[in-house]
Design a protein around this ligand. Structure first.
Ligand code: ADP
Ligand code: ZN
Length: 608
């Protein structure tokens, strides 16, 4: 078999993603490589596929047991002989595994980095024909990153101790040049092929909302996405607790994760989410690298993170299966103030010299300012993100909240002038400013008693917007406030004109209104799979869940969402058609083909 065939028959992929083929070719030719790809970019395939084509054994160094186990489960279910070696194993399991390695029973063995240091293991490895050493999450070798793992430093020693050095492939999603240089140097890569692929994640829809009531907005967003699972990130443990409780009260299957919970509970909750027993995970940023769930349909930030690096990493946990997914941030000015406060008071306990602390604070403040800029930009959100990571991008992606709003901007200059002049007339008449309710009543020609007593029905702006629904007039007023033409007095709730209002009233400045409803800000396009029969898709998902429970594996190990969506689109009726579904390899076709074909036939029989 060649690489295309293996990709098709074992992994069920129709083609390669950007960068994959070059990295695979380098490794097949015995050359070291460093692959820098965003999360969800498909790094695993870059070493798994060569592992199957190269003659000997491939070792994969991976930092997290849960990640290792899932990958091995997925490989086995595709018919690949793979195993993992970590510290949580029983004596008997070791012996069996070592025996298997000696017999050449595996093509891939995943090892925790600490295992490499053990005498027995390096001897065993030295006696095998090793074709490839793959280092996953290679940035863990660098002290620059947040995830530094001292045991990664021993990988180079391990390599040096081998009688024959295999090709080394290092993979990470961290793109900074310090980390890149560290990886090459500290892993001892030799003339590596370095490949950086794009950081864009075209299947992700980005949006920033400014709801008055975040909790109500969150509930709405989740309820708008039934049957999807998602992560809600909050900035503090207390917030995680309160949000999770509210969601559960509303009948949503939510669970939680933060550093204040016992190890056991954290593990339990993470598994409930991973295995789709709970559909929403409410978490602090402690819920991180260990998650390898590909079918996350949305990531909602209840609070703004401290930097765009953190945001993109967390938001990027959505849609790893390539299906459309939403990344929505709920913004409030107060979150910025809190973050600034935390920065100014950070590091006090660490006893660092004041000079260094000042530098760190400055850096953190700059990062926060960029994050805040993202939340407040009216331009394309994707372009802002990619620009921050140093990647050129189209000015308009057409698939983020701002692009969609800009495309649908409506001119509201006339109502803006009517409202602003009404505010001014009322003030001229009464000698003081009034609240928005009264302004709206005057504009709509209300017969309200107080209004009549104040003689406001005599104003030229009275009943100027008589035919316009009240909600719409209020929305115009909100928009004017948001744009800074009106300012609300925080203690009296009255509205006053600002100096800028003169531009609209007298100097011909136009005012635009995003077409989507401002009050809920919530019309993020629901991430429904395109086309396909949604009833059939639901039936296939139910079948997958049943099989997953039977086999005790996460649902996506059976088939990814993308594969099921393709199945629902194609509605295969024969085995040959089934094999053409994206994500279906030979082994999976044999294992699951019949049961899924039966389910499809049964479903189609009920709808015709
Ligand atoms: P990473 O490790 O870079 O975060 P993964 O290796 O976990 O990403 O891959 C993410 C998802 O993309 C997986 O569901 C995987 O099956 C899928 N994938 C990877 N390569 C391809 C490809 N060439 N075609 C289709 N799907 C792919
Ligand atoms: Zn955009």
């Amino acid at each position: 078999m060649d690489k295309y065939e293996v990709n098709r028959r074992v992994f069920g992929n129709d083609g390669f993603r950007p960068g994959q083929e070059q990295l695979i070719d380098a490794l097949l030719a015995g050359r070291d490589c460093l692959g820098i790809m965003p999360t969800g970019g498909g790094k695993s395939l870059c070493y798994q596929l060569p592992a199957l084509l190269l003659p000997g054994l491939t070792l994969v160094v991976s930092p997290l047991i849960s990640l290792m186990k899932d990958q091995v489960a997925a490989l086995r279910s595709a018919g690949v002989p793979a195993a993992c070696l970590h510290s949580g194993m029983e004596e008997g399991a070791y012996r069996e595994l070592y025996g298997g390695i000696r017999r050449g029973a595996y093509k891939l063995v995943y090892v925790a980095p600490e295992r490499l240091e053990l005498e027995g293991f390096s001897q065993l490895a030295g006696g095998q024909a090793l074709s490839l050493l793959a280092v996953d999450e290679a940035h863990c070798v660098s002290q620059w990153g947040q995830d530094f793992r001292p045991s990664y430093r021993r990988i180079a020693d391990f390599l040096a101790g081998l009688p024959r050095r295999p090709a080394v492939g290092a993979f990470t999603a961290t793109a900074t040049s310090e980390v890149r240089d560290d990886i090459i140097e500290l892993l001892g890569l030799q003339n590596p092929k370095v490949l950086v692929t794009g950081f864009d994640r075209p299947n992700l829809y980005f949006d920033v909302l400014r709801p008055r009531d975040k909790m109500a907005a969150l509930l709405h967003l989740i309820q708008e996405r039934p049957g999807r699972c998602g992560i809600v990130y909050c900035s503090t443990r207390a917030r995680v607790e309160s949000v999770c409780e509210r969601l559960c009260d509303a009948g949503i299957a939510a669970t939680r994760y933060h550093a204040g919970l016992s190890d056991q509970e954290r593990r339990q909750n993470q598994e409930d989410f991973q295995y789709d027993r709970r559909s929403v995970m409410v978490a602090t940023n402690a819920f991180g690298m260990g998650i390898d769930k590909s079918n996350v349909g949305y990531v909602i930030h209840f609070n703004m993170p401290k930097s765009l690096e953190a945001y993109y990493q967390e938001a990027g946990r959505a849609g790893r299966d390539g299906e459309k997914a939403d990344c929505i941030l709920l913004y409030a000015r107060g979150d910025v103030t809190t973050a600034e406060y935390l920065i100014d008071h950070s590091g006090e306990e660490a006893e660092l010299p004041e000079e260094i602390r000042a530098q760190l604070r400055l850096r953190d403040r700059q990062r926060l300012a960029q994050m805040d800029g993202y939340c407040r930009t009216e331009g394309c959100l994707r372009a802002y993100l990619l620009g921050y990571f140093g990647q050129a991008a189209e000015a308009q992606c057409g698939a983020c909240g701002n692009c969609c709003a800009a495309a649908a901007m409506r001119d509201m200059t006339v109502p803006a002038q009517q409202i602003l002049s009404c505010v001014k007339r009322i003030r001229d008449h009464l000698g003081y400013w009034v609240g928005p309710t009264l302004v709206v009543r005057v504009l709509r020609g209300s017969r309200d008693k107080r209004l009549l007593e104040l003689g406001l029905d005599g104003l030229t702006t009275y009943n100027l917007m008589g035919g316009v629904p009240q909600g719409e007039v209020s929305r115009y007023v909100d928009r004017l406030e948001q744009l800074g033409y009106l300012r609300r007095d925080p203690s009296y709730g009255t509205l006053r004109l600002t100096a800028a209002a003169g531009d609209v009233l007298y100097r011909g400045k136009t005012v635009g209104l995003p077409e989507r409803p401002e009050e809920d800000h919530l019309r993020a396009p629901a991430a429904a799979p395109e086309a396909g029969d949604s009833g059939l898709l639901a039936a296939l998902k139910a079948l997958r869940l049943r099989l997953a429970r039977q086999e005790g594996v996460p649902a996506y190990v059976i088939f990814s969402n993308a594969a099921l969506a393709d199945m629902a689109r194609r509605q295969p009726e024969t085995m040959a058609q089934f094999r053409a579904v994206s994500g279906v390899g030979q082994v999976k076709a044999e294992r699951y083909g019949k049961i899924f074909l039966d389910a499809i036939t049964a479903y189609l029989a009920t709808v015709v």
